[in-house]
Design a protein around this ligand. Structure first.
Ligand SMILES: *Cc1c(COP(=O)(O)O)cnc(C)c1O
Length: 474
């Protein structure tokens, strides 16, 4: 027995030989060589232990060893930030990266990332330029604002705005609008950090113009702040003060010019009321008299993560020259993506077609049903042991936008005798291109709104594997 093991161990391939083998040689070129060598050593050690313990009676083929090495390297060295398929039907899924960029935006990012650019260079004059210029013209043209600026996200925009315009002064805000957006962003806390003082007025459900008027203290007042309650709604016996009313209050005082700041969150550019999304648009906010409007780049705008600031030039200029502006500035890839996104908005029909977020939100029930039927047909063929059905479902905008809006969607549901939806969901997440789906009522739901047709093949492959699963064996 012992002798046989010794013999096997002697036959184990040498590391150097393995590295020269056709099954691994290419792999050492596409992966860091050191990583491949270390993993190969681990795999051979593992096989050696198995032989010594008597768990292995043959030397594995070189091909098998190479396969083990590749699998381990991929598992351990694979990218941490990876693409996934979003089958949840939540368009702006915060955990899945919010907005997908348009083709044009993706191409612009690639170019900005891989090549030199005129980021801070004026090509015509041959001298230093400003990174703000690239998108400012276009944003002004599309929104009609006097000035614009872009920072890292809307939270940064709010912070910078309060600090630049109201530091050391009171900022009057409704008690119904002291929003928390995902854990660390809370209006009262941002306010404190910015050095402005929050002056809450009204009640949770009702705030009136008179409440603001009473709180207005001339010199002491730094700004009127309105925050769009983008991720919740107060319903019932309610009243809120509109931008128009705040602008009128501002205009009552000729002596003090107090800016009306509007933190809009979603940054909707085109009217989506046809889909039941009654969010205010950016241009409406300006028209109603807001002095500064702040919104996210990666919510309903459908662009990269950033915070867009638009409004009166004097206020935006004060933000641009604030020392913190540097700490919040965006990189060239963000600017490239944002410019390309705004480019599409020059033609609203085009924006609906080209910007994935808008396309997904406005997709009609008929189209979604057709898409679901197509996926359903493909899956039924790939996995005859499972039962696939097209069923209506309720999708969401997500990203803390339009919380009450339920979009009428369609899903392919998966069920079957002994089928285990939870286990199926886990298996989908383990795919090379992970698929994120939902489980409800003992079925697995794949909402097609957020799935591209080009992604069907991955789902098909995943289910053809699940076709073999024996669901009873837990
Ligand atoms: C989402 C949101 C923010 C934060 O925006 P980020 O871009 O995620 O930083 C701030 N204010 C409101 C009203 C929002 O809806």
């Amino acid at each position: 027995m012992m002798g046989k093991n010794q013999e096997l161990l002697r036959k184990l391939p040498k590391i150097d030989e393995m590295l020269q083998d056709e099954h691994l040689i290419f792999f050492t070129e596409i992966m860091p060589r050191q990583v491949v060598v270390e993993t190969l050593r681990e795999v051979i050690d593992m096989v050696r232990r198995e032989i010594i313990d008597g768990r292995r009676e043959e030397i594995p083929a070189v091909e098998e060893l190479a396969g083990l090495v590749k699998q381990r390297v991929f598992e351990e060295q694979g990218k941490s930030l990876r693409r996934v398929i979003n089958a949840t039907g939540v368009v702006l899924h915060t955990n899945l990266g919010r907005a997908n960029l348009s083709r044009r935006a993706c191409e612009s990012v690639l170019e900005a990332a891989g090549y030199y650019s005129n980021l801070e260079y004026d090509i015509k004059k041959g001298s230093r330029g400003s990174r703000h210029d690239h998108v400012e013209q276009l944003i002004r043209k599309i929104t009609g604002a006097q000035a614009a600026m872009v920072v890292n996200n809307n939270a940064a925009a709010t912070m910078l705005c309060l600090s630049a315009l109201a530091r050391g002064k009171e900022v009057i805000t409704s008690r119904g609008e002291l929003v928390e957006i995902g854990g660390s962003f809370r209006i009262p806390e941002i306010m404190e950090e910015s050095g402005a003082h929050l002056l809450e007025v009204g009640a949770t459900n009702k705030t009136k113009p008179a409440d603001y008027r009473k709180a207005f203290h001339g010199e002491m007042t730094g700004a009127f702040l309105k925050v769009h309650t983008s991720n919740y709604k107060i319903v019932g016996f309610t009243q809120e003060v509109s931008i128009r009313e705040l602008a009128a209050l501002r205009d009552e005082s000729e002596e003090f010019s107090v800016p009306v700041i509007y933190d809009m969150g979603s940054g909707l550019m085109t009217d989506l009321s046809g889909c039941g999304i009654g969010e205010p648009t950016v241009t409406e906010a300006l028209k109603e008299g807001a002095d500064v409007v702040l919104f996210s780049g990666d919510k309903l705008l459908g662009g990269p993560q950033c915070g867009v600031v638009i409004g009166k030039k004097e206020y935006v200029d004060r933000m641009k020259s604030h020392p913190m502006a540097r700490a919040f500035r965006v990189d060239k890839m963000t600017l490239a993506a944002l410019e390309a996104t705004f480019f599409e908005y020059q033609d609203s029909k085009r924006a609906m077609r080209e910007i994935p977020v808008l396309r997904m939100i406005t997709e009609t029930g008929i189209r979604l049903k057709e898409k679901a039927e197509k996926l359903c047909g493909q899956l039924s063929e790939a996995a005859p042991s499972l039962e696939f059905m097209v069923e209506p479902c309720r999708d969401q905008v997500g990203g803390g936008s339009a919380p009450l809006v339920m979009l009428e969607g369609y899903a392919v549901t998966v069920s079957g005798e002994d089928f285990n939806a939870e286990r199926s969901e886990r298996l989908l997440r383990k795919e090379e291109l992970p698929i994120i789906a939902r489980v409800a009522r003992d079925k697995l739901w794949l909402s097609v709104r957020t799935i591209e047709e080009t992604e069907f093949k991955w789902i098909r492959e995943a289910f053809s594997k699940q076709n073999q699963v024996r669901w009873q064996d837990a």
